[in-house]
Design a binder for this molecule. Structure first.
Ligand code: MEV
Length: 438
């Protein structure tokens, strides 16, 4: 049976669901119920979500939680997080509380530069191209004036455009490497619009440039696109405390814990297998807030991991040291974010998140999200170097196991009570639940 279909996008939502249900499911009626039970009764709201993407059938829920008690540069925040992993919000909240009792997170914006490139081929020599570029450079600003006016009013715009010779890596290959300031917007559309105009200007000017006409030179644009690698759109976040004050748990002294923690971070700095997981812990915090504030988590992930490998070996994003009895834990992280444009004024939950955060500028949001990432990393490495990760993780995950096995409210209470102080594993929970039932 062929499962290809022509004109799927032209079908109504109901027709699409019918086709999917009939084509792929042994019980089409049940499949339709699974999909339609997630429709929102508010038709206007549903339509809004339907129109975010093509071929929408329904909504895919992620839990939306909050982590309170984040003290960042002396200001208190409750941070929204959209994430499915059981222990992340609890861990962030715990770390936030720990550091709010120790003077909180200190953050600084290092830079906010965004980058875009026009990739093209030129069949002449580099000096000829350089002379042409110098001659037409001002035109790139003139030809984009109508798109950049508003951004300029907000204090942003095109910062610089450079010609880069890449012919030693690929024959005839050059770039226009442009930098931008996009203020409170993430700026992807702005940057891509400018770049596509740069490409047109480049080709048009080349066609009228006498030295190129004489030599029969051509420019072939391959593509124009922003880069998600933004090593100069950087925020620093840091926490510190006297080592003696680093434990709120009687089982370990503050100094011993701080030393063990700093060693764990050193391991992540030198060992890529550990670094990837270490950084994944940071991204647990970052992605959750990026999603809740309507930003593009794929762009953030791509940029962050490229940054983690910038020195030639993938390494830890965060660092720790103990000097003169003071433990310091910090990271620099690239975050290209927006608080205007995109979904920020469209998605009601994104608007809610931003209002709860006090309607931050993009720079303030960079600082909040960096703090969420460092908090998450602190919580994970603290668990790893003390109790082990499974204790806290399984405590949160136990509810998923109970729901999988359709536990009643009464059974849940009994299971939670039983596992309060004992080792939790999937099979132990299931065995205990079954023993209750028999
Ligand atoms: C799990 O989602 C994240 C951790 O693996 C992070 C880490 O190992 O640091 C706990």
């Amino acid at each position: 049976m062929t499962q290809n279909i022509k004109g799927f996008s032209k079908l109504t939502k109901e027709e699409k669901i019918n086709w999917i249900a009939q084509t792929y499911f042994s019980n089409p009626a049940e499949a339709k119920t699974v999909i339609t039970q997630y429709w929102n009764n508010n038709e206007e709201l549903q339509k809004l979500h339907d129109e975010f993407i093509e071929n929408t059938l329904t909504n895919f829920y992620l839990p939306y939680g909050v982590a309170p008690n984040f003290l960042i540069n002396g200001k208190s925040y409750t941070i929204p997080m959209a994430i499915e992993e059981s222990s992340v919000v609890a861990a962030a909240s715990k770390a936030a509380k720990f550091w709010s009792e120790r003077s909180g997170f200190k953050t600084t914006i290092i830079d906010t530069e965004k980058i875009g490139q026009v990739h093209f081929l030129f069949d002449g020599n580099a000096d000829e191209l350089e002379a042409f570029f110098d001659c037409i450079k001002a035109k790139f600003w003139i030809d984009t004036d109508e798109f950049t006016k508003n951004m300029q009013k907000r204090g942003g715009g095109i910062v610089n455009i450079q010609l880069i010779n890449k012919t030693h890596e690929l024959e005839h290959y050059y770039q226009l490497h442009a930098t931008f300031n996009t203020k409170d917007s993430m700026g992807a559309n702005f940057i891509n619009t400018c770049l596509e105009q740069f490409a047109k200007t480049l080709v048009n000017e080349a066609q009228e440039y006498t030295p190129f006409l004489k030599e029969n030179r051509t420019i072939q644009v391959i593509m124009s696109i922003l880069s998600n690698y933004v090593p100069n759109c950087l925020v620093r976040v840091e926490v510190s405390s006297p080592v003696d004050n680093m434990s709120d748990d009687k089982s370990i002294e503050g100094k011993e814990f701080a030393e063990k923690f700093a060693t764990a971070v050193k391991i992540a700095e030198i060992e890529p297998y550990r670094a990837v997981t270490h950084n994944k812990g940071i991204m647990n915090g970052i992605d959750a807030v990026v999603i809740a504030t309507g930003n593009d988590f794929r762009a953030i992930e791509a940029g962050v991991h490229a940054f983690a490998g910038k020195d030639g070996q993938y390494s830890s994003l965060s660092h720790a040291k103990i000097e003169n009895g003071i433990f310091t834990f910090w990271m620099d992280i690239p975050l290209a974010l927006g608080t205007i444009g995109g979904l920020t004024s469209l998605h009601p939950l994104v608007k809610f998140s931003l209002e709860m955060l006090g309607k931050p500028s993009a720079e303030e949001l960079m600082q909040i999200i960096a703090a969420a990432g460092l908090a998450q990393n602190f919580a994970a490495v603290r668990s790893l170097t003390t109790t082990g990760i499974q204790k806290g993780h399984m405590k949160m995950h136990i509810m998923n196991i109970l729901n999988q096995h359709h536990a009643t409210k009464e059974e849940k209470l009994q299971v939670l009570e039983y596992f309060k102080d004992t080792t939790i594993s999937h099979s132990l929970v299931v065995d205990y639940l079954e023993s209750l039932r028999s």
